[in-house]
Design a binder for this molecule. Structure first.
Ligand code: TYD
Ligand code: MG
Length: 455
């Protein structure tokens, strides 16, 4: 076999070049060539030889669809997002801001697995073995039998995996691993991609489940190429405010389970602890209602979560700013336009800031109505009544559309003592709910009209 040769592959068109060039010779894209390892550059003797050997095909009915074998990690909230546990040969990518608790959670998980009799390996490239041991002691994991390898060179990691054959291995983090085959620096796109591909192949070949820890960029995406997300079986993201103690883990992709589940943890003295009943943790406790605050019930996954949406509307400069934390900014611009056009509430010369409290990210459109009402409340300088909540999607025509599983959301709110709700008409229950007055609306104007009557 010819020696592996370094090639440069275009991120845009996939074309290759033997040298690095600023501009792709195939599609003329700039700065798109990244270093890759060419399999073999020697031409095959007979290029049709491969065709002579056809592979066998089978119908779906004939293939035995065995259910995947899962090993619970001992952390119920982590198992919930994983779809029941770690899968043999599965590759999980877990991303999140620095200091959010990735290493802590994984150390706890591998220790629990080791105690349950599974063979584990914790590869640390970020910290020394001594630092990991210190953390284990802080977490109260005395006498832990987890095997630790402080190594960043891919070839050595692969050889160790091969020799040890653990059931699960954690690579903390993929950005610190580098391969001798490439000349690029560790952490570069080329290195991250190549190392992840090798580790994925090793996982599939040996049946070892591999968890890759990934850093996120300032924009909140996993650093490294998007191709990393395509390569692995499961992508999990840590969310939450590092200043508060609660953390969420969300599955963005899962080949072995549902993707809308979230796991909730609290960071304590003794590491991360699962929170099994999280519905009220993101409510900030105002003694008296304040303007610009509206609570909504979000239902991503199977558990409803009450989240406070805050808005601040303040006179802005010549180009007013629209900023949102935890909510989509484009959606905010759209809601402001609907508010202006259909309800006559104008924020044209105002700065508008909105925030989902607690560092939660809300991607479902059911937040629309709460965002609108908190903006209106801030603009008018009037607080919404105590025990008020709202949810519902808002359309460009000013209509209020139902949110999925509205009854469940309302039930949770009633259970937590909320007393007034503005909801889409189709979500209003037929029977009355104990202690909860429900105002059903079909249009944005109606929702604002109700606000006025509640003053
Ligand atoms: P860490 O797991 O190192 O984060 P990451 O690997 O995502 O960068 O988390 C470190 C933070 O967690 C650090 O700020 C201290 C805090 N922490 C606790 O509050 N309690 C604990 O028991 C541990 C181990 C860490
Ligand atoms: Mg870490």
């Amino acid at each position: 076999m010819a020696k592996d040769k370094t090639l440069y592959t275009c991120n845009e068109c996939g074309g290759t070049s033997p040298r690095w060039l600023g501009k792709c010779p195939h599609c003329s894209a700039w700065n798109s060539l990244i270093e890759t390892v060419g399999e073999s550059t020697a031409p095959a003797k007979n290029r049709f030889a491969a065709l002579a050997r056809t592979a066998e095909v089978a119908t779906l009915a004939d293939i035995e669809a065995s259910d995947v074998d899962r090993t619970p990690t001992g952390q119920d909230e982590l198992d919930r997002v994983l779809g029941g546990g770690i899968v043999e040969g599965g590759v999980v990518l877990i991303g999140g801001d620095p200091g959010i608790g990735k290493s802590t959670l994984l150390l706890q998980a591998v220790d629990a697995l080791q105690r349950a009799g599974e063979k584990t390996l914790y590869v640390t490239g970020e910290e020394s073995g001594a630092q990991v041991a210190l953390r284990a002691r802080r977490l109260g994991l005395d006498g832990s039998q987890v095997q630790v390898l402080a190594e960043i060179q891919l070839e050595k990691i692969l050889a160790t995996l091969d020799a040890q054959q653990p059931a699960i291995a954690v690579i903390d983090s993929i950005q610190t691993v580098y391969s001798e085959q490439l000349t690029s620096a560790p952490g570069s796109v080329a290195q991250v991609r190549e190392c992840a591909a090798h580790l994925t192949r090793a996982a599939k070949a040996s049946g070892t489940a591999i968890v890759l820890v990934g850093h996120v960029t300032k924009e909140g995406a996993l650093a490294g190429p998007r191709v990393l997300e395509h390569m692995v079986d499961t992508v999990l993201y840590f969310e939450g405010d590092t200043h508060s103690s609660f953390r969420l883990i969300r599955a963005m992709k899962n080949r072995f389970g549902a993707v809308n589940e979230i796991g909730v943890f609290a960071m304590t003295e003794k590491g991360l602890k699962g929170v099994s009943n999280p519905s009220a943790i993101f409510l900030s406790q105002h003694a008296e209602p304040v303007p610009g605050s509206c609570v909504m019930v979000t239902l991503e996954g199977t558990r409803p979560l009450l989240v406070e949406i805050q808005a601040l509307v303040d006179s802005g400069g010549p180009t007013p700013r629209r900023l949102s934390v935890g909510l989509e900014r484009d959606r905010l611009a759209m809601l402001l336009a609907v508010l202006h056009r259909h309800a006559g509430v104008a924020c044209l010369d105002q700065d508008v800031f909105v925030n989902a409290v607690g560092g939660v990210r809300i991607s479902e459109p059911a937040a629309d109505l709460a965002v609108m009402l908190s903006i209106t409340s801030s603009l008018r300088g009037r607080a919404l009544p105590k025990g008020f909540l709202a949810f519902g999607e808002v359309g460009l025509a000013g209509e209020v559309r139902p949110a999925p599983r509205g009854q469940e959301r309302l039930k949770e709110a009633a259970k937590l003592g909320f007393s007034v709700a503005v909801v889409p008409k189709a979500n209003a229950p037929k029977k009355t709910m104990e202690g909860l007055t429900i105002h059903a609306v079909e249009r944005v104007e109606e929702a604002l009209q109700i606000l006025r009557t509640l003053d």
